[in-house]
Ligand binder design. Structure first.
Ligand code: ARG
Length: 763
C-alpha cells in the first residue's frame, strides 16, 4: 500500500503538472526531493533538495532545532545564536524576572557572554537524520494479524529501533507513526542541555496586543527572543549547563536577508509542528465541537478569571503566574476560535460528505468492501462510546489537573512506590529527584490562589461529570462538608503539606507512607486518579483499540481513493517543511486583508490606558523620529509582520521563514482567526501563517535594545532596499521589474552583477 502510494505519487509528479498543493502540507524533509522539489522551484525556490535536507553535508535542517520539545528555533550565527519567539522564551524570561529586576517587563540583551542566563531543564534537539522504517516495523504483519498482537509487535519494534539508534545514550531517538499507523519513521537527534537566554524585547513589544490580538491578523507584535546553545570544548552536547561550556558551532546557520517580502514571493517554513488532526472523522469532530471544546473553554475561563483577580492585586504574583496564564489563555482562545470556525465553515458537514463519498467508493468493489467495509461503522460506534466517558477525561485534565496541588501530588507517586517497597536507596533517590521540580513549583506558586481555583474547578467537576463516574472524594465533600467545595478546599489547603514548601520539605526529610497517604491533598489526587484508572480507562481502552484499527483503515482507504492527491502526514512534533507564498486574504464578506503591517499600526493601536497596547516610551520616541535605519522598507516604513499561506500549527512557533535563496526573512508566530479550524481541516483561501518580519526583529535588537553586537554576529546578506543608508542598499534589485533593473545597472555601471555573485557565493 505504502510503496504503491509513493510510487504513484512519483509517477504523477513526473507526468502531471504537479499534484502536491503548495499551501496545504507539512512535509517530511526526507521526501522533499521526491514530492515537492519541482513544485517548490516553480514557486520560486532556488535551492536544491540536498541544500534543504542532506544527511552527509550541511543543509538547512542543521540550522533548525526543536526548542524544549514545544517550539522551534534557528541558528543565526556560527556561535550558536538562536532565534525563536518571545512566547517560546516566555517561561525562561519570566523565571529570570523579579519585581526588582523585571526583564520580562523591561527587556534584556546580554552585553557579554557572561551575562547570558542559564536555563536548567531547557534543551534543543538537532536532527541527525530520519529514516522510513515502515518495512521494519510492519514486517510479517498482515490484515489477518489480530489487533492486539499487531499493537504489541509494533510497539516492541518501535522501541527496539529507537534503542538501537540511541547508541548508548549518544542520541535521542524515537519512532513515530504517520497516517494513523500506516507508516513509521525513525528520528535521531542530538540533545543539547545548555541553552542560555541572550535577549528579549520588553513584553510590551514581544507580546504587544496581548490576548486581544492573539490568533488574529493584522498583527504588530515583535514576537521574538534569543538564546545561545552551548556545548563542551569538542562541540558535543552536555545534558545540563556546565561552567566550562562554549558556544556551539552549528553545521549551518541561516543568512539573514533585509530585502523584505512582496506579494507572491516564495516562502518556506521549517519547524516542529505539534499536532494536527486532518484525518479526524466527522464523529470525532462532532465530539470536539459539542463536548470537548466547550468543557475546556468553561474550565479555562474559570481558572483564568481567578488567576487574573489575584494577579491584578499583586505585582509579584503577576510575575509568578504570567507564563502559566499566557499558556492557558493561548489555547483557551484557540478552542473558542476553533469552535466558532467549525460552525461557520460547517466543518462536520464537509467531513460527512467526504465520508459518504468514501463509503460509496468502498461499496463499488468487493475487495475494497472486504478490506475497508466496517471502518466507518466502527469509528462511529467507538465515538458514541467515548462520548459517554469523555467529560471524565476532560475534567481530570482541565479541572483536577487544572489546579496546581493535584499535579504536584502526582509527582509524589514514585516516592509512594519507593515507600511501599521500603527500599532505602530508592526512597532517597525519589526524594532527591523531587528537589529540582519542587523548587521550580514553589518559586511560582501562591497557595491562596490555588485554593480558589481548586474550589471552583473541583465544584464544576462534581457538578458536570455523570454521578456514576465521580471519584469517592466527592462523597466526602457531600457528607462532611455539606457539598461545599470551598469548605473542602479550606480543609485541604490548611492541612496538606503540599500547599507549603516548608511543610513539604519537612515531610521529605523523614517521609513515611502513612503520612503521605493521610495527606488530604495527596488523598484527593489518589481518589481522582484511582477512579479514572479503575473505572474510566478500561472502558475507553476497549473503544480506543477498535478505533485505532478503524482509523488506520479509514486513512488507507482515503489515500487509495484519492491517489492523485499527495497527502502529507498529520503533524506529530516531528520536523516538517511547509512552503507557499506571501499572500493576502479575504477574511469574510467585504473584508480584505493586506499581507503586511508596518510600525504605523503600532502607533494606531497604542493605548497607554490598556496594558495590552502600551508602547514603551523608547519605542515611541524612535518610531516618531522614524529612526528605522537599514531596516526600513522601500516606502521608508518599518515593516513589522507579514502573512504567508504556509501550513503551520503550534510547535512551529519560532520557525524560520525562509526565502527562495535560503535566507531568513521572518519568524512564524501565529495563525489567523478566520482559519482556527486549520488543525482539523485546511482551507487554502483562509489559512495564513503570521510572521514577524526579520527587519522588525533586528530593529528591536539594534535600535530599541542597543544590542548591535548581536546583529553583527549574524550573516546579513544584503542591506535591504532602503535608499540612503549605506552603499549596499542601492544594489538590491530583486523586487524591481526587468526594466528597472536595467536602469539601475546602467546607472551603477555593473554593480548589480558584482552584488549578485556575492549573494550566490553566500549560499
Ligand atoms: N497564538 C500563538 C501560538 O500559539 C501564541 C501567541 C502568544 N501571544 C499571546 N498573546 N498569548 O503560537
Amino acid at each position: 500500500m505504502r510503496t504503491t502510494h509513493w510510487a504513484k505519487a512519483l509517477l504523477l509528479t513526473l507526468l502531471l503538472p504537479l499534484a502536491a498543493r503548495a499551501d496545504e502540507g507539512m512535509w517530511l524533509p526526507l521526501f522533499v526531493k521526491r514530492l515537492n522539489q519541482a513544485d517548490m522551484q516553480k514557486k520560486g525556490l532556488k535551492l536544491t533538495a540536498e541544500e534543504i535536507y542532506d544527511v552527509n553535508n550541511a543543509s538547512l535542517k542543521d540550522a533548525v532545532v526543536q526548542l524544549g520539545g514545544f517550539c522551534t528555533g534557528e541558528f543565526v550565527s556560527s556561535q550558536g545564536l538562536l532565534l525563536t519567539n518571545h512566547h517560546c522564551g516566555y517561561d525562561a524570561i519570566q523565571s529570570h524576572s523579579t519585581p526588582q529586576n523585571n526583564i520580562l517587563q523591561n527587556g534584556f540583551f546580554a552585553a557579554t557572554r557572561q551575562e547570558e542566563k542559564q536555563n536548567p531543564g531547557l534543551f534543543v534537539d538537532i536532527l541527525v537524520r530520519m529514516e522510513d522504517v515502515t518495512g521494519k516495523v510492519l514486517e510479517g504483519i498482515t490484515s489477518a494479524t489480530p489487533e492486539q498482537e499487531r499493537t504489541a509487535t509494533v510497539q516492541k519494534r518501535q522501541r527496539e529501533l529507537a534503542d538501537n539508534a540511541k547508541e548508548n545514550g549518544k542520541y535521542v531517538a524515537y519512532v513515530r507513526d504517520m497516517f494513523g499507523g500506516n507508516e513509521y519513521y525513525l528520528f535521531i537527534y542530538q540533545r543539547f542541555g545548555d541553552v542560555r537566554l541572550v535577549g528579549a524585547p520588553p513584553e510590551a513589544v514581544g507580546k504587544f496586543g496581548g490576548d486581544t490580538d492573539n490568533w488574529m491578523w493584522p498583527r504588530h507584535t515583535g514576537d521574538f527572543s534569543m538564546f545561545r546553545v552551548y556545548a563542551d570544548k569538542n562541540n558535543q552536547p552536555t545534558a545540563t549547563p556546565q561552567p566550562g561550556n562554549v558556544p556551539y558551532v552549528p553545521k549551518k546557520h541561516l543568512p539573514v536577508s533585509l530585502q523584505g517580502v512582496s506579494e507572491g514571493d516564495f516562502a518556506m517554513v521549517f519547524g516542529f509542528p505539534g499536532r494536527t488532526q486532518r484525518f479526524l472523522p466527522a464523529a470525532g469532530l462532532q465530539l470536539t465541537l459539542d463536548q470537548t471544546n466547550p468543557a475546556r473553554i468553561k474550565l479555562r475561563d474559570t481558572r483564568l478569571k481567578l488567576w487574573k483577580e489575584d494577579m491584578d492585586q499583586d505585582a509579584a504574583l503577576r510575575l509568578k503566574y504570567a507564563s502559566k496564564y499566557a499558556g492557558i489563555a493561548n489555547y483557551w482562545k484557540y478552542y473558542i476560535g476553533q469552535n466558532e470556525g467549525m460552525k461557520r465553515l460547517k466543518t462536520v458537514d464537509a467531513k460527512k460528505a467526504e465520508e459518504n463519498a468514501l463509503l460509496q467508493w468502498i461499496a463499488q468493489d468487493p475487495a475494497r468492501a472486504q478490506q475497508y467495509g466496517d471502518a466507518l461503522n466502527v469509528i462511529n460506534q467507538s465515538y458514541a462510546g467515548i462520548r459517554e466517558f469523555n467529560l471524565s477525561t476532560q475534567y481530570v485534565n482541565e479541572a483536577a489537573f487544572g489546579t496546581e496541588i493535584i499535579p504536584l501530588a502526582a509527582r509524589l507517586m514514585p516516592l509512594a512506590t519507593a515507600l511501599k517497597a521500603g527500599d532505602k536507596a530508592s526512597i532517597e533517590k525519589a526524594v532527591a529527584d523531587l528537589k529540582g521540580p519542587l523548587a521550580e513549583h514553589f518559586k511560582d506558586y501562591s497557595a491562596p490562589t490555588d485554593k480558589k481555583v481548586f474550589a471552583a474547578l473541583m465544584a464544576l467537576y462534581m457538578q458536570d461529570v455523570p454521578q456514576n463516574q465521580q471519584p469517592d472524594v466527592f462523597q466526602t465533600v457531600q457528607k462532611q462538608y455539606g457539598g461545599s467545595m470551598p469548605k473542602y478546599a479550606d480543609y485541604v489547603f490548611s492541612n496538606s503539606f503540599l500547599a507549603s514548601e516548608a511543610k513539604l520539605n519537612a515531610f521529605l526529610a523523614a517521609p513515611t507512607l502513612a503520612k503521605l497517604e493521610a495527606d488530604p491533598g495527596y488523598k484527593t489526587y489518589q481518589s481522582v486518579y484511582q477512579n479514572y484508572v479503575q473505572n474510566i480507562v478500561p472502558k475507553l481502552q476497549g473503544l480506543q483499540a477498535g478505533l485505532g484499527r478503524a482509523n488506520r483503515l479509514y486513512v488507507a482507504a482515503l489515500r487509495e481513493k484519492n491517489s492523485q492527491k499527495v497527502y502529507s502526514p498529520d503533524a506529530n512534533s516531528t520536523i516538517r517543511l511547509s512552503y507557499g507564498t506571501v499572500r493576502p486574504y479575504r477574511g469574510r464578506d467585504a473584508v480584505a486583508y493586506d499581507y503586511k503591517t508596518t510600525a504605523q499600526g503600532i502607533l494606531e493601536k497604542e493605548d497607554p490606558t490598556n496594558p495590552e497596547f502600551v508602547v514603551p516610551q523608547k519605542e515611541l520616541n524612535l518610531l516618531k523620529l522614524k529612526d528605522y535605519g537599514r531596516f526600513a522598507d522601500k516606502q521608508g516604513n518599518l515593516p513589522v509582520a507579514f502573512i504567508t499561506d504556509n501550513d503551520i500549527t503550534g510547535g512551529n512557533s519560532g520557525s524560520p521563514v525562509i526565502n527562495g535563496r535560503g535566507e531568513l526573512i521572518g519568524l512564524a508566530f501565529d495563525g489567523n482567526w478566520e482559519a482556527m479550524t486549520g488543525d482539523l481541516a485546511y482551507d487554502p483561501e483562509l489559512k495564513r501563517c503570521i510572521n514577524a518580519d526579520i527587519r522588525y526583529v533586528l530593529w528591536c535588537v539594534e535600535k530599541l535594545g542597543g544590542a548591535k553586537h548581536l546583529v553583527d554576529e549574524m550573516t546579513i546578506v544584503n542591506n535591504g532596499p532602503n535608499p540612503g543608508v549605506g552603499p549596499a542598499a542601492a544594489a538590491s534589485t530583486a523586487d524591481m521589474s526587468d526594466v528597472e533593473k536595467m536602469k539601475v545597472k546602467t546607472e551603477q555601471g555593473g554593480k548589480v552583477k558584482i552584488k549578485k555573485k556575492k549573494d550566490a557565493a553566500m549560499l
